[in-house]
Design a protein around this ligand. Structure first.
Ligand code: UD1
Length: 418
């Protein structure tokens, strides 16, 4: 049985908290290390469960991976293996990002499909279409994505939706293709920019990072590098929203506030005093938050990964909020857990309508994914009594030192085994 958290509500969060590198960046950077023979060094890595899992995937492909505190070293052999099997990839979705690098390095990639996900269907059609445009055959065979290409040739590619994962896989294949690839409607997330920065340090030719058109001129080979992982904007915003919900005063460092423009605007709309710092921000909330509407969209829109925290804020805000989910359809399962906590919430298709109440009421609740788990803990902070959050292994996948960071801000939270 998984550990659970006991959260006693009532504390107002106060103090300073720092964040380290982003989960959604480090896993892709580790995969990108496959593109160059030799040792790539990543610093500022989060100590979360997904990092050793990704290390196992890479070891299965022949790399030597060492994890030492916040430093990860991936030493890639001259000829990596091309088959990432199910045992290695089944535990986390991000493992599919080895597809592009393997195709580029080995001309062949077999990556087991990681299986379903609690936040909705996550097809790979855009990944495959992009790789096909570069000249690869790609099909699903016996539970694996199989891709093969004698040579990859640059091509114009237009994505139907700015998918983070598809942009990354296509990018990592295109850097070693011959000729020029353009990716239109590319994802613009800071983690994509981080990946582009590292690839450029490795010798790739990429322009347009952070815009919706990426242009990649293929090169013959890349060299290993040393790179510092970009700060985790989702973890940082989690602490900012927690401050607003608990009427607290929290300074968050280790993140570029430009990566959270809309989130910080929304917190200000909810009545918080928000101060932007060079390397973070401060959120001070004195009164009960006022209701704010949220609509999730690809960056620079409001992140879908913060939707559960936005619902938590809405649940205790004064007034009615409408939350619209435009990226992952099944994420509203979280609302059912919030109803257990007394939230006045209902969903209708892509929308959740929430009438804020002054205080939630503690209950046992179940995390269904990383962000839902964190959202439930935040809700527990503003509930009366002790909220038991189950299946917290999800939270461990994405939030380093979660209990320690929250306790440091004055929250009453403890982990109970089994
Ligand atoms: C990444 C993040 C995740 C975040 C999401 C959106 C990682 C490890 N995960 O996930 O935390 O919530 O971006 O910001 O970085 N889609 C297709 N076909 C495809 C690919 C995607 O239909 O081939 C759809 C998905 O079902 C989803 C939407 O596109 O509805 C966005 O998905 P995508 O941006 O690809 O998310 P991930 O890269 O999986």
């Amino acid at each position: 049985m998984s550990d659970r958290f006991l959260v006693t509500g009532g504390a107002s969060l106060q103090g300073k908290v720092s964040v380290v590198g982003a989960k959604n960046s480090v896993l892709k950077l580790m995969a990108a290390a496959l593109l160059a023979e030799g040792a790539t060094v990543l610093t500022n890595c989060p100590e979360i469960a997904d990092v050793p899992l990704m290390a196992d995937v890479l070891r299965g492909l022949g790399a030597t991976v060492t994890l030492d505190g916040d430093t990860v070293v991936v030493d890639t052999p001259a000829e990596p293996k091309f088959h990432a099997d199910f045992d290695a990839v089944k535990q986390f979705r991000a493992s599919v990002c080895v597809l592009g690098p393997l195709l580029a390095r080995c001309h062949r990639a077999v990556v087991a499909l990681p299986g379903g996900d609690a936040i909705g269907s996550r097809p790979l059609d855009m990944h495959q279409a992009g790789l096909r445009a570069l000249g690869a055959n790609s099909a699903i065979e016996h539970g694996c994505v199989v891709a093969q290409a004698d040579s990859l040739k640059g091509a114009p590619i237009a994505l139907e939706f700015p998918s983070v994962g598809a942009t990354e896989n296509i990018l990592m294949a295109a850097v070693l293709a011959t000729g020029v690839t353009t990716i239109d409607n590319a994802a613009r997330e800071p983690e994509i920019v981080d990946l582009c920065d590292m690839l450029v340090q490795m010798g790739a030719e990429i322009s347009g990072a952070g815009t919706s058109t990426l242009t990649v001129t293929g090169v013959q080979r890349l060299s290993p590098t040393t790179h510092r992982v970009v700060g985790d904007r989702i973890v940082a915003a989690t602490w900012g929203i927690a401050a607003a919900m608990t009427r607290g005063d929290v300074e968050v460092t280790g993140v570029d506030p430009a990566h959270l423009q809309l989130v910080l605007h929304k917190l200000a709309d909810a009545g918080a005093v928000v101060t932007r710092l060079d390397n973070g921000f401060r959120v001070t909330q004195r009164e009960r938050p006022t209701a704010v509407n949220f609509s999730t969209l690809p960056f620079p829109g409001f992140p879908t990964d913060l939707q559960p925290m936005a619902i938590g804020l809405a649940a205790v805000a004064e007034g009615m909020s409408v939350i619209t989910e435009n990226v992952f359809e099944a994420r509203f399962r979280f609302v059912e857990e919030m109803v257990r906590l007394g939230a006045d919430a209902r969903t209708d298709g892509h929308h959740a309508v929430i009438r804020g109440i002054p205080q939630l009421s503690s209950a046992p609740v179940w995390s269904s994914d990383i962000r839902a788990g964190a959202g439930l803990v935040l809700a527990g902070l503003v509930a009366d009594g002790v909220t038991e959050v189950h299946d917290v292994f999800h939270i461990d996948r994405g939030y380093p030192a979660f209990v320690e960071k929250l306790s440091g801000l004055g929250a009453d939270i403890r982990r109970v085994a089994g």
